[in-house]
Design a protein around this ligand. Structure first.
Ligand SMILES: NC(=O)c1ccc[n+]([C@@H]2O[C@H](COP(=O)([O-])OP(=O)(O)OC[C@H]3O[C@@H](n4cnc5c(N)ncnc54)[C@H](O)[C@@H]3O)[C@@H](O)[C@H]2O)c1
Ligand SMILES: [Zn+2]
Length: 356
């Protein structure tokens, strides 16, 4: 079992990672909470796989349980679902000493977290993430949110959980598309934050071997994110390194109306595109882009798209309101390292051009 402590003063908590942990969750959660009632916020798919089992475990340790289930998918991470969940908590008669548990990927995690942060001005919150992406990324760091029609994650809060419980065995039911999506973010973490992890990923021959080692991989990625979050809880600076590949990636995802590529695929294309350029600009050690690209390709993740420089810049400009006139690009000078490179809009093209 691996336990990673997130040191945030009064808001500190542990992240536990262990195969088979799911079957021991009742006792683990009871240890953290003296609530009478536990609301489990999850989506239809995850509820069908794991909802009933979690309910039974929680009942066995004395919680009164209600499962609050919404249809799976990012399109339901919205104000309407958020409102339904809040009303369900009220209808369940929850008080401030009761508990919200998110069970699922980043969507139930972000939505459930925002319900926990705001219902009765905040009730205790526990995360049980079930996708690679949520296990290494969204369940760590305390950002919770829902989307607006105007944009993703526009309403939310910083709200730390009391605990995060990760059972890598739950990934056995995750469809290949989401496995690959998560692996793209794993490769991102290794690229900017951990050369040993990157080399280990290069040694594994295929997906099967990666999944055999997934508990250590998840642990390594979480440690990278925890370190960055501890330095920058409210996401005003250092956390930006987590956005390696994301500036171009978001523009690519948006250009194709979020239909052609998953988030991880957009990030993969972004990481390779910017790193090919920063090699040419002398900011990155030669051969780095090729290593990132080779690793992504092994898992069937796309690494290139013909989208033009102008279209990438137009996509980045749509986020301009959030960012202001200058943006900070994340550059990987060599595997395992990162560099924040401020750039004005007028000089963006040299970083986002497509090298062929
Ligand atoms: N809070 C943060 O810091 C942060 C960071 C990164 C991403 N996010 C958010 O995370 C979300 C994406 O997360 P995601 O990819 O986990 O999405 P998701 O929650 O929609 O899960 C993806 C799909 O997998 C299914 N699923 C989940 N676990 C499963 C399992 N074990 N077996 C079978 N199917 C399973 C879900 O039902 C869903 O259809 C986005 O909304 C994004 O904004 C948040
Ligand atoms: Zn991402």
């Amino acid at each position: 079992m691996e336990k990673i402590k997130v040191e945030l003063g009064r808001d500190s908590y542990d992240i536990e990672i262990e195969r088979g942990l799911f079957s021991r969750l009742g006792a683990k959660i009871r240890h953290l909470s003296n609530a009478d009632k536990a609301a489990v916020i999850t989506d239809t798919t995850v509820d069908g796989l794991y909802g009933k089992a979690l309910e039974k475990e929680l009942q066995a340790v004395g919680f009164e349980v209600r499962r609050l289930v919404f249809p799976a998918g990012e399109e339901h991470k919205n104000l309407a679902t958020y409102g339904d969940m809040l009303r369900s908590c009220a209808d369940f008669g929850m008080t401030r000493k009761d508990l919200v548990i998110s069970l699922g990927g980043g969507v139930p995690g972000d939505l459930g977290g925002f319900v926990a942060a705001s219902f009765l001005r905040g009730v205790q919150f526990i995360q049980v993430p079930t996708t690679i992406l949520s296990q290494i990324d969204s369940s760590v760091g305390g950002k919770v949110a829902v989307d607006l029609p105007e944009g993703k994650n526009l309403v939310g809060a910083f709200y730390q959980p009391a605990g995060v419980f990760i059972d890598p065995d739950l990934l056995s039911t995750l469809p290949a598309r989401f496995i690959h999506d998560g692996l793209a973010e794993v490769i991102k973490c290794a690229s900017f934050g951990n050369a040993d992890l990157f080399q280990a990923l290069e040694r594994y021959r295929d997906e099967k071997e990666v999944l055999e080692h997934i508990p250590e991989i998840i642990g390594a990625c979480i440690r990278i994110k925890v370190k960055v979050v501890e330095e920058d809880v409210r996401d005003t600076g250092a956390r930006m390194v987590l956005n390696f590949g994301h500036t171009i990636g978001h523009a690519v995802e948006r250009y194709y109306h979020y239909e052609k590529y998953t988030h991880g695929e957009g990030v993969a294309i972004g990481m390779v595109r910017i790193t090919r350029r920063t090699e040419k600009l002398g900011l990155t050690k030669p051969g780095t882009a090729a290593r990132i690209e080779a690793l992504l390709k092994r898992y069937g993740i796309p690494t290139d798209d013909p989208i033009s420089t102008a279209d990438v810049i137009a996509g980045i400009a749509m986020d301009k309101k959030k960012r202001g006139n200058r943006i900070t690009l994340i550059v990987v000078p060599e595997i395992g390292k990162s560099l924040l490179q401020p750039a004005g809009f007028d000089e963006l093209s040299k970083y986002v051009e497509r090298e062929i």
